[in-house]
Design a protein around this ligand. Structure first.
Ligand code: AMP
Ligand code: ZN
Ligand code: FE
Ligand code: FE
Length: 284
């Protein structure tokens, strides 16, 4: 893999506080080892990894934007909103994340109950794959299916029994993207749509509503975006003066995505930092 450009940032990384496989400290060390200058920890619907990531970022001399990836839903399709530098104590946003995290637990239990019709899988098997009170998701159930010898990988699980089209599938509560963007902005944060040109791409009408709600940009550098969709959104970003970011969506051993496979340039990082008022970046 080519070396990332000096000063580049990877603004979408998961740790074991959600469905990544490594603790926040290890993720930050891996960022440094990959030659990437700045990281954003964006665990699903939680800020639980912020303190550990900040400590390690200071020790390792890695720049850090504390963040989160918010699970939202529009007309049944999942939409992920990356949020950076918001105030973690802002109650409406904290409550929104808490509600999603809590509902994910019951949802995972229902999924496991459905799977147990055909797989000898228990709730305890799934809890054994989750680190502490990490935001629970299908990846933990996938890991339990792999540990039980039923499947070979998370990928196989998502292509099969954990697919949204599978008869076992159950969803969880998720707010509308426009409500999530408003909550992030209210909390002093910067909101960027994650992998916006991947499956379930939003119609232009909804994109406009998100921009009106205070959306700052699009994550156009991401392996799941289609080139056509990304080109369309790049035109909108140029028209509207929005930010364009790139990132890996690293999940440790949970996905093939490598740190630094897509990056964000330092000028864009500086714009995010200037636009934010909710919390302080580390080392920037
Ligand atoms: P959930 O939020 O519980 O519905 O699970 C979605 C999560 O599963 C996302 O954060 C993805 O990173 C992860 N995921 C989706 N597809 C795959 C896959 N094919 N392999 C590994 N992880 C996946
Ligand atoms: Zn994930
Ligand atoms: Fe995502
Ligand atoms: Fe992600």
């Amino acid at each position: 893999m080519p070396e990332p450009t000096p000063g580049s940032a990877d603004l979408h990384l998961h740790s074991s506080r959600s469905d990544g496989t490594e603790p926040p400290a290890d993720v930050i060390r891996a960022v440094r080892a990959a030659g990437v200058a700045t990281a954003a920890l964006t665990d699903h619907d939680t800020v639980a990894g912020w303190d550990e990531a900040a400590r390690t970022a200071r020790e390792e001399g890695v720049g850090l934007l504390p963040g989160a990836e918010l699970s939202t839903k529009h007309r049944g399709a999942s939409v992920h909103v990356l949020a950076y530098l918001f105030d973690p104590a802002d109650e409406p946003l904290a409550e929104m994340m808490r509600r999603v995290r809590d509902d994910r637990v019951g949802r995972a239990e229902r999924l496991v109950r459905n799977l147990s019709r055909d797989f000898a899988l228990t709730w305890d098997d799934v809890l054994a794959q989750r680190s502490g009170d990490a935001t629970i998701g299908r990846p933990h159930i996938a890991d339990a299916l792999v540990a039980g010898g039923f499947l070979a990988s998370r990928e196989q699980a998502f292509a099969g029994p954990l697919s949204v089209h599978s008869p076992y599938y159950v969803g969880h509560f998720a707010p509308e993207p426009v409500d999530a963007v408003r909550a992030v902005v209210r909390a002093g944060g910067v909101a960027v749509i994650a992998h916006p040109a991947a499956r379930g791409m939003l119609p232009d009408r909804e994109i406009r509503a998100l921009i009106d709600a205070g959306l700052s940009g699009f994550e156009l550098g991401h392996r799941e975006n289609t080139p056509e969709g990304a080109a369309h959104l790049r035109r909108i970003a140029e028209e509207q003066g929005l930010l364009v970011t790139g990132s890996s969506d690293y999940h440790g051993r949970g996905k093939p995505n490598r740190i630094g496979e897509h990056t964000t340039d330092p000028a864009t990082v500086a714009r995010i930092v200037r636009a934010a008022a909710g919390s302080e970046p580390i080392g920037l």
